[in-house]
Design a binder for this molecule. Sequence first.
Ligand SMILES: *Cc1c(COP(=O)(O)O)cnc(C)c1O
Length: 440
Amino acid sequence: MPPADLNALHPDIWPRGAARRDGVLTLCGVDVRDLAARFGTPVLVADEEDVRGRAREYLEAFGPDGGVFYAAKAFCSRAVLRWVHSEGLGIDVCSGGELEVALSADVDPAMITLHGNNKLPAEIERAVAAGIGHIVVDSFEEIARVAFFAAQAGTRARVLVRVTTGVEAHTHEFMATAHDDQKFGFSLASGAADEAVRRVLALPSLLFAGLHSHIGSQIFDTAGFEVAAHRVIELAARIHGEHGVHVEELDLGGGFGIAYTPDDDPPDVKSLTSSLRAIVAFQCSAVGLPIPKLTIEPGRAIVGPSTVTLYEVGTIKDVDGLRTYVSVDGGMSDNIRTALYDASYTVVLASRTSDAAPMLSRVVGRHCESGDIVVRDCYLPADLAPGDLLAVAATGAYCRSMASNYNHLTKPGVVAVRDGAASEIVRRETLDDLLRLDVG
Ligand SMILES: *Cc1c(COP(=O)(O)O)cnc(C)c1O
């Protein structure tokens, strides 16, 4: 069914600063035609105040005794890390590269957490030397490595033990991370998690900071978090029984879903966070434990809704009786999520409005793959023409950060908009950038 109004901007899907002015999409007062002319297309346009607002809402909802860490892998640039850090969020990083961005953005090292199932020794060494707040240990080899580098540096590294709770999160298989048959964490069911805590407590260069559980991504209901919290708190009770140690911190990970289409109905921040806190408080009182400091790690929910991708329409191919293929000047190199996760997106004609009839369309990229789809099913006005600008909503998370140079396309730039002004925060790649790497 086509939407009632092809030109409408659903408030849950578009950035808070998005509006139509004289029919043209504007972002924080900046006309998308000007953005395209100045920065080229495709381009990702991030509403700074949208990001900051969401960061504040998580922090406020979670309260002063909780901690909110932005998962930088969703989108990692110095500007965005500065925005969220200045609002009071810590930063989660998953690699040495993300760690360097955070350090070079002057994020307080004490508010950085390092994740990863295969952290390289050099990354661990750097994290220890930088004095970052937490390293989340994911394997027995890594416990030994972190202990080694901390001992060598003459410090104690604060570690969280990542627990795989066996929860089957209701999301795409590749976005679920807590069932036993996958690569992350220490299994609760096998006893590996208990053993990991034992080893951490036995190593003098490690400080056991608490437990970590991340069940997956793009999750809409709190049931999975409830089961995960229940199981982790049972582990906390066993730890107390065996070692007399209280688990002081419980990190419940990220994964809070956002709306990509009008069918998505994510929980609001306040009810989500208060139910998480209630679940943990209830479980702790059931086993007679004090309530640990709670932390969460939203990535997508902070940056996802803030950003739109602008594309220019190129060729248009009508497949009789089926649909119209609308090719744009980017594709799977700037948004792999449709191909990888079968993700859905919302797209509108941005450079003008149209009263033409809705045309069942598929927005595709310009790569040599028939799976190179940006928006699988959508309606666009039948008078769409080459040169029109399309805007795809909610591309702030896992689009630019997963971008590739497939077909030697250059990665798009990222532009921040605020109060009627635009500035590039990640420069558009040039062909010279690519050719410089080709040293053969
Ligand atoms: C990916 C990830 C997150 C963030 O997930 P979102 O779905 O972007 O909120 C948080 N914590 C860990 C450990 C992750 O791997």
